[in-house]
Design a protein around this ligand. Structure first.
Ligand code: PHE
Length: 499
């Protein structure tokens, strides 16, 4: 083995002056010796210095003349003593031998090229060129003049030879200790860990290319919408509770207990735990009263409000449940401070699943809470928000929500379809919702909501929601999609949101 040979040799010798010579002496391929020297040098078992040597080697043409003789000699020998016509001579030798041979033989004054005949001028010639080539092949040193002549004829070329000279390094040992990578239980039990040499960590080693860590398209679009809200100075609401009580999801939002949306056809109710543990009692009392008798200038619904209904746990059907909790908390802080809130998270509805509907999806929700806000403020904020998504042509249509008055559906002009398409819902939260919370009389809340799935599907060219979301999603979809689509998103978002 090359490594044993080198380390063994250095045990009793000061150095190896020439790795080429050493390779020849021990009968191991020089390339193998070089590889081992590099490794030993890296671990400082030896110190190696480059050595470079230039030597002349034969070109293919030069090599062929060492066998067949130089072309001038081949040509000379092809000329009989009585001479030969040019045509005959040309037939006897290769065309390259004829061409080169004639030129050289004339230069050497070996032949006479007469009009009729080609004839020898001397009786015998020596093949000096062939002899010189053989001597170079065998590594002999020859005159510079001869070298120059052979180089001009491209029969030899200079080759750089690389090798090393080396001596023992600071970590020299006659045998390399194999560095251990892991400390094992056996090492500890046997106690031999004390003598082990551990391999150093290689902090600059490259890891394998990352295969995972791709973001799902919904997460990417969510990030983009999140950035828009943050740029507009909105704070994100904590949405980390999928389970909500009917109270915060419906009652606090002045949604009557007989409302069809509360029906188990639309809402998933929880079996365990089926009811909420606590609600703010005095606020519950005010909510009950506003449902039953109204107040704050309202007549209420005039029905018998039941606490058991409000206690029922469900999977939140909209993120407006989070908005109601946040506004209640805000109302408890004195003095009142204006707020801009947003959220983007999952909601659940007990709907028939088809190409565009799932029983769960994501809502984007924004609200502004401040004194004296008007419908004009809502329209202005919606223009600002949607134009950042690439939609600047908006129209509004009166609509109904139990918790907003007025309420407006939001439409955007779809350049591709050449028509107005619905993109979201909005409104001003009713006094029946805000005043029982304890917000000051002149505080108004403007709010809007839209789905995250729709823009994402259009952006990523997905026409079946089940290919985007749920247990049948192809993981390759996630890997295939570009990491960032912002420009495309902004250019195409008008289209996306409007399909
Ligand atoms: N919560 C409404 C929905 O689920 C959206 C909305 C939010 C409407 C805020 C008005 C105000 O569609």
């Amino acid at each position: 083995m090359a490594e044993d040979a080198i380390l063994g040799f250095l045990e009793s010798n000061v150095n190896i002056s020439d790795s080429g010579q050493f390779a020849a002496d021990v009968g191991i391929d020089h390339n193998e010796i070089i590889n081992v020297i590099k490794s030993l040098h890296g671990f400082r078992l030896v110190d190696a210095q480059d050595i470079k040597r230039e030597k002349w080697v034969l070109t293919d043409e030069g090599k062929s003349y060492t066998v067949a003789g130089s072309p001038e000699v081949q040509l000379f020998l092809a000329i009989p003593l009585e001479g030969i016509s040019r045509e005959e001579l040309q037939k006897k030798v290769d065309s390259s031998v004829y061409k080169i041979g004639c030129a050289q033989a004339i230069k050497n004054k070996w032949v006479e090229m007469g009009k009729q005949l080609v004839s020898r001028k001397i009786q015998n010639v020596e093949d000096r060129v062939k002899d010189l080539l053989l001597r170079i092949r065998d590594g002999e040193v020859i005159d510079q003049e001869d070298i120059d002549a052979l180089k001009r004829r491209k029969l030899i070329a200079l080759q750089t030879w690389k090798g090393y000279s080396l001596q023992r390094g600071p970590n020299y040992a006659p045998k390399r200790k194999k560095a251990v990578t892991d400390l094992t239980r056996d090492h500890l039990q046997r106690g031999d860990w004390k003598d082990l040499e551990f391999k150093e960590y290689n902090f600059s080693a490259k890891g394998p290319p990352a295969e995972g860590g791709y973001l799902h398209p919904l997460l990417k679009v969510r990030k983009q919408v999140q950035n828009i809200f943050l740029q507009m100075g909105f704070e994100e609401m904590p949405t980390n509770n999928f389970v909500e009580s009917s109270f915060w999801n419906f009652d606090a939002l002045f949604q009557p207990q007989q409302h069809p949306a509360r029906d188990s056809h639309d809402t998933f109710f929880l079996k365990v735990p089926s009811t909420t543990r606590e609600l703010p009692e005095d606020y519950v009392e005010r909510v009950k009263r506003v449902h039953e008798y109204g107040g704050y200038g309202s007549r209420g619904y005039g029905y018998d409000w039941k606490r058991e209904e409000a206690n029922k746990n469900l999977l939140r059907t909209h993120t407006t449940a989070v908005s109601s909790r946040m506004l209640y908390l805000l109302a408890q802080q004195k003095p009142f401070t204006p707020k801009k809130y947003f959220s983007i998270d999952r909601v659940f509805r007990n709907e028939a699943v088809d190409r565009t509907h799932l029983a769960e999806f994501h809502q984007i929700e924004g609200l502004v809470c401040d004194r004296g806000l008007t419908l004009g403020d809502l329209i202005g904020v919606l223009h600002d928000f949607f134009s950042r998504l690439g939609m600047s042509k908006l129209r509004f249509k009166p609509a109904y929500n139990p918790y907003t008055e007025p309420s407006m559906e939001i439409f955007s002009y779809h350049e591709g379809f050449k028509k107005w398409v619905e993109i979201g819902n909005s409104g001003m939260f009713r006094p029946e919702m805000l005043l029982p919370m304890g917000l000051p009389d002149d505080v108004r809340v403007i709010a809007w909501g839209l789905s995250l799935e729709r823009p994402t599907m259009i952006l990523y060219g997905i026409d079946n929601i089940r290919d985007l979301f749920g247990h049948k999603v192809d993981l390759n979809l996630i890997k295939r999609n570009p990491i960032f689509l912002r420009n495309k998103f902004q250019i195409r978002s008008a289209e996306m949101l409007c399909l």
